[in-house]
Ligand binder design. Structure first.
Ligand code: COA
Length: 444
């Protein structure tokens, strides 16, 4: 059958398409800016007809109505990364959180450890050959669509066409719901002076020809602002935001010296605004891949001079890093933090960086602490941390003993908390020298 006839036969309403969801099934929803909102609304309307349906996804930005208390017994969400829309439900016990490296999620789907019954995806209209593009994100979705027993696609003419391993053929879709609606956007937040101070310190570690991975948030965005005088930067990352556009347009990011995929920006998904969606549309500079590829430490390490920049919520004085919870309060997820720390660590000339403000809550809480708050989850162990950057400087921890780590981290902690940290280390006998003697040890 010609794909166009196939397409027409599969066209249904969202409500009709979602009848495929039955009690006890596991449903995958495409995350990020590709979240298929019309399909999600229809899924929620299925609630009276189903019980014990598990809904799996990474960070989404929509209403996530399936986690409201009334949905108990019908739906239960399992978050592979906790977004603001599901955080309350997770912490009230109405939804679950699975801590996992981003690079390893697709393995769960493929191996059958977490089989998928239904995948809800959003794609561009088909090209003349019947291929729809995943557009703003491949992430774990290409694999989810390959392994799910039933694939429902929201086909949106506002989804950009992007290149790479970013296509699904009409014949691999079971039901098609046509829509024309704006994609979810992650609004651009103004960058603060504090973020710029941290970014200036991070930028000291980035030189011409480096390949960058930048995580989510204000600090990575601010880092890009500090790189306008660099040359031949490359990108190999799980995600990219609007902030990269000026450096790409000015030629600072051109991938000319990349050792893997030269000239190409390799990524798994974008999080940003319509400006970014238009920028990546049919843009051959961008090559999208599943995150099992972009985040494989073995692939990352093939990029020489790989610099990864990620953030954290709390770090103890030995370098143990808690990035997914605030104490026992489950906050976000592993994402690609550890994947990129490991990859950058094994890259020739690579630099894994954790960048964070020295405090939280208007300087009332130090993020560098004697011991992690009970209940905190270690995302990156102290054995894997290399560079730590705050607004007060750079600490280099790799290969350093506990005494040296404590000395270096106290120097980049907020001054209001340095005595407390020092007192703890004196109590544990890790430090004996007066604090004033330690200033030369902050730089890596
Ligand atoms: N104690 C108490 N509260 C804390 C805290 C601490 N130690 N550290 C941060 N907080 C609070 C902040 O005050 C803020 O609260 P608010 O929203 O009420 O102002 C909130 O927690 C979030 O902190 P913030 O520093 O603004 O977070 P962020 O948006 O910069 O994200 C991470 C930081 C760590 C949550 C995020 O980078 C992440 O999820 N990382 C793990 C995954 C990862 O790195 N993936 C790779 C790239 S995507």
């Amino acid at each position: 059958m010609h794909w166009l006839d196939d397409y027409r036969q599969k066209q249904v309403t969202a409500e009709e398409a979602l009848r495929c969801v039955q009690s006890g099934m596991r449903v995958y929803i495409q995350p990020g800016c590709a979240e298929p909102e019309a399909l999600e609304s229809a899924l929620v309307k299925r609630a009276p007809f189903v019980r014990d349906v598990e809904i799996v996804h990474l960070l989404t930005m929509g209403h996530a109505d399936y986690v409201t208390p009334e949905m108990a017994g019908h739906f239960r969400h399992n978050a592979m990364f906790i977004g603001g829309n599901v955080r309350k439900a997770v912490n009230e016990g109405r939804a679950d959180y699975t801590p996992i490296y981003l690079s390893e999620i697709e393995g769960l789907f493929e191996s059958g450890a977490m089989p998928l019954d239904v995948a809800l995806i959003q794609v561009s209209p088909p090209d003349p050959h019947g291929f729809c593009s995943f557009g703003v994100g491949i992430d774990t979705t290409l694999t989810a669509a390959k392994v799910a027993k039933y694939v429902v696609a929201q086909v949106n003419d506002q989804m950009p066409r992007t290149y790479g391993d970013s296509f699904i053929h009409v014949s691999d879709i079971n039901a098609i719901v046509d829509v024309s609606q704006p994609l979810c956007e992650l609004p651009y937040e103004p960058i603060t002076e504090l973020q710029r101070q941290i970014a200036r310190n991070v930028a000291k570690l980035i030189v011409d020809g480096d390949t960058l991975q930048l995580g989510i948030g204000g600090i990575p965005d601010a880092v890009l602002l500090e790189l306008t005088d660099r040359k031949d930067l490359g990108i190999h990352t799980e995600m990219l935001s609007d902030s990269a556009i000026p450096l790409i347009e000015s030629g600072v990011i051109n991938g000319a010296r990349k050792s893997l995929h030269p000239r190409k920006i390799i990524l798994g998904f974008v999080l940003g605004t319509r400006r970014l969606f238009d920028f990546i549309s049919e843009n051959p500079s961008f090559e999208f891949h599943p995150v099992s590829y972009t985040n494989s430490p073995f692939i990352i390490a093939q990029n020489d001079r790989m610099v990864s920049v990620n953030s954290t919520l709390q770090m103890d004085i030995t370098g143990q890093t808690c990035s997914d919870s605030i104490g026992q309060y489950l906050y976000s997820g592993f994402g690609g933090q550890v994947d990129f720390i490991r990859g950058a660590r094994h890259s020739k000339g690579g630099k894994p960086i954790i960048a964070m403000p020295s405090t939280a809550k208007n300087d009332t809480i130090s993020r560098i602490v004697p011991t992690l708050t009970p209940g905190s989850g270690v995302v990156a162990s102290r054995g894997s941390i290399h560079y730590v950057v705050t607004e007060y400087g750079i600490a280099y921890l790799h290969g350093k003993c506990i005494r040296e780590r404590a000395e270096a981290l106290i120097q980049i902690a907020h001054p209001n908390f340095r005595n407390e940290l020092y007192d703890y280390c004196a109590h544990t006998k890790w430090l004996q020298k007066p604090l004033a003697d330690l200033s030369e040890l902050a730089q890596g």
